[in-house]
Write a protein that binds this ligand. Structure first.
Ligand SMILES: [Zn+2]
Length: 336
């Protein structure tokens, strides 16, 4: 293992483009960046893309790790892998990072739907604000969601939603719930409620459970809609899956930014494992045109996490982290 000596510097920062957290920067000058086909995907040469963002790229040929950094930003990637870490927070890409000859390639799809939305948030039109949050407590009524012992997911998603409602209201948001009791609400109706409420963001709340006997799976994850043309995170990449565009794709960039900010707020403030920003075509994400995310707040099947999920104080901590994520999103997209 040659360690740092094995790192090869492939790019150098030249521009004045900033990638400062909290500062929405102007789009990078990528005019001269041309896409090439690698493994039948439209890709950018990663070192060149990095240079256009003032990011310096290093590659460790032994560990196959790839890193892009500047003063404000650090991207950790690996050849052949879909896992990216953006400033310490995990995000699953749609296409694995590829290598050809001595060059590293990233898909244009991932640049457009993950890196740019997160690193260069696009502001809302002048005067537009993030005011109304639609909370969607998963399941309810005839649909209990996951069951672990005598605990039902639907009960705990509603308790989290009610806690969030209080905290978001205190933070100045208008809050609309897709259900406020133990009622059955159709998945399409949940998206319709968000539309009628003229919601600015939608948060669908869920808890996970692993297969019976698996008590080890744990951590939090946030899903946003899978981009058209990509395979969802939890689908075996060898299966084609559905790659068509859906109404939820209208909010691709903002949904990715919201998912990233909520995931970041949770993993930075809670003692939880980071399972990353993920992609899925869940119906509630598919049929919602506004920025929408589905939050999996932990595994009911993991004894340690279950204690946290069922405890009122720790539920408040989770709700606080989610509110912080929404506030971070709001700061990034609203014009001063
Ligand atoms: Zn669920």
């Amino acid at each position: 293992m040659r360690g740092w000596a094995g790192w090869v510097i492939l790019g150098w920062l030249a521009g004045a483009v900033c990638l400062m957290p909290g500062a929405a920067c102007a789009a990078a000058p990528v005019a001269r960046l041309t896409a090439v086909r690698v493994n039948s995907q439209e890709c950018y040469d990663l070192a060149r893309w990095g240079r256009a963002q003032a990011l310096r790229m290093t590659v460790n040929r032994e560990s196959r790790e790839v890193r892009l950094t500047n003063r404000y930003t650090r991207l950790d990637l690996a050849l052949g892998s879909r896992l990216a870490t953006i400033n310490g927070v995990k995000a699953w890409l749609s296409v694995p990072l590829a290598a050809r000859d001595n060059d590293v390639f990233v898909s244009v799809l991932d640049v457009r739907t993950t890196f740019e939305p997160v690193l260069q948030p696009v502001r809302l039109k002048a005067g537009r604000k993030v005011r109304t949050v639609v909370l969607d407590p998963g399941h309810g009524g005839r649909d209990p969601g996951y069951r672990v012992g005598d605990r039902e997911e639907k009960t705990h998603t509603l308790l989290l939603a009610l806690r969030l409602k209080t905290l978001l209201s205190e933070a100045g948001f208008k809050v609309v719930l897709t259900r406020s009791g133990d009622t059955t609400v159709d998945l399409n109706e949940r998206a319709a409620i968000a539309r009628r409420a003229r919601g600015d963001v939608l948060l669908s709340l869920h808890y996970n459970a692993a297969a019976p006997g698996n008590k080890d799976a744990k951590g939090v994850e946030v899903y946003c809609i899978t981009p058209a043309g990509a395979v969802s995170t939890n689908v075996d990449p060898s299966e084609p899956g559905s790659t068509r565009a859906v109404p939820g794709n209208q909010a691709n960039s903002r949904s990715a930014l919201l998912a990233y900010q909520v995931q970041k707020a949770m993993v930075r403030s809670l003692p939880v494992e980071d399972r990353g920003l993920r992609r899925a075509r869940f119906q509630v994400l598919r049929s919602t045109e506004i920025p929408a995310v589905l939050i999996e707040g932990g595994f009911m099947s993991c004894p340690d996490e279950a204690k946290r999920i069922f405890n009122i104080n720790q539920r408040t901590e989770l709700a606080r982290a989610i509110v912080d994520g929404v506030l971070a999103y709001k700061r990034l997209v609203e014009r001063k």
